[in-house]
Design a protein around this ligand. Structure first.
Ligand code: NAD
Length: 294
């Protein structure tokens, strides 16, 4: 299908680019990106994510350290580890895998990370920098979504009307800031919005980040629009479990000029952008020009 956005292939290319840039920067500056991932507890999905992050970081030539902590780790112990990593010059990116066990205070933990090492881009300083149009580190999933859009529509998105469905802090809101920074006209819809369908029908770009399977119908998509489906939902169909997005793909694909499938669309971009952010973080911390500046 020619209108399909192949996030898997794009992410693979991006990882290849990061690998090349890592080797070049190491040759020139004798430094290589270091990524530390902290996993607390036994959550099976988190264990898979962390293994993948470790694998791809090593593939890119990074220093990779993974801290697997027991479920009963205390807030004080976790903060002490973050402090140690904040002060470790060989570690440029720190990622705390979420969700944390209930007894830990997530916000305090995330805010303890040095903003220049916050490769998830969730620290209030990073959110603030993004909102004033001078980003340090950008949340990975929205960044990946923007890169996919620019690959198809070109770098200049000026004047395009983007409708984002979902206003979460990790996807919807940073996506809004990113598209604004690219001179789009942005509308953000959410659970209290009166007529999401009519808003979407006006959009040149639809980004769905809701967490409701197939919420966005095919006839909500204007002919020729670009559709980015961030949703990852597990549903039962014909006695089998499968992954679907927030967009009714089979119908939307008939109208969209470009559309991401689920799986294989935005999903693979998240880890690729984490690696990209780690390289950016190394550049920021060492006054090196970032080869991937937006
Ligand atoms: P969230 O639950 O934090 O936010 C959902 C948003 O959707 C809220 O702002 C809510 O107002 C809005 N919403 C809920 N019902 C709605 C409705 N009927 N109409 C319009 N808006 C509605 O979710 P999130 O963390 O932003 O994640 C959204 C989806 O994206 C989930 O499926 C999640 O699994 C997926 N996700 C994927 C990646 C990735 O690809 N790597 C990363 C993050 C999230």
């Amino acid at each position: 299908m020619s209108n399909l956005i192949d996030g898997k292939a794009f992410a693979q290319n991006l990882r290849q680019t990061i690998t090349t840039q890592t080797a070049e920067l190491e040759k020139k500056h004798h430094i290589r990106p270091g990524l530390a991932v902290i996993l607390v507890g036994e959550d099976p999905a988190s264990q898979v994510y962390v293994r993948n992050k470790e694998k791809f970081a090593i593939e890119c030539g990074f220093k990779s350290e993974t801290f697997r902590l027991s479920t009963d780790t205390t807030q004080v112990e976790l903060l002490a580890l973050i402090d140690q990593l904040n002060n470790d010059a060989t570690i440029h990116g720190i990622l705390v895998q979420l969700p944390l066990p209930k007894h830990l205070h997530e916000e305090e933990v995330l805010n303890a990370i040095n903003p220049l090492k916050d490769v998830d881009g969730f620290h209030p300083v990073n959110i603030g920098q993004l909102s004033i149009g001078k980003p340090y580190l950008i949340p990975c999933t929205p960044l990946g979504s923007l890169l996919l859009l620019q690959d198809k529509l070109g770098k200049d998105l000026s004047g395009k009307h983007a409708v984002i469905v979902g206003r979460s802090n990790i996807v919807g809101k940073p996506m809004m800031q990113l598209l604004l920074s690219q001179n789009c006209t942005v509308t953000i819809a959410h659970s209290r919005t009166k007529d999401v369908a009519s808003l979407c029908r006006e959009a040149d770009i639809v980004v769905a980040a809701v967490g409701v399977p197939k919420l966005v119908k095919g006839d909500w998509i204007k002919k020729g629009a670009a559709v980015i489906d961030v949703g990852i939902n597990r549903i039962e169909e014909d006695g089998k479990t499968r992954l679907v997005g927030d967009v009714d793909f089979d119908e939307a694909v008939k109208n969209a000029a470009y559309i991401t499938p689920v799986p294989g669309g935005v999903g693979p971009m998240t880890i690729a952008c984490l690696l990209r952010n780690t390289l950016t973080a190394m550049c920021l911390q060492n006054n090196i020009e970032d080869p991937n500046k937006l």
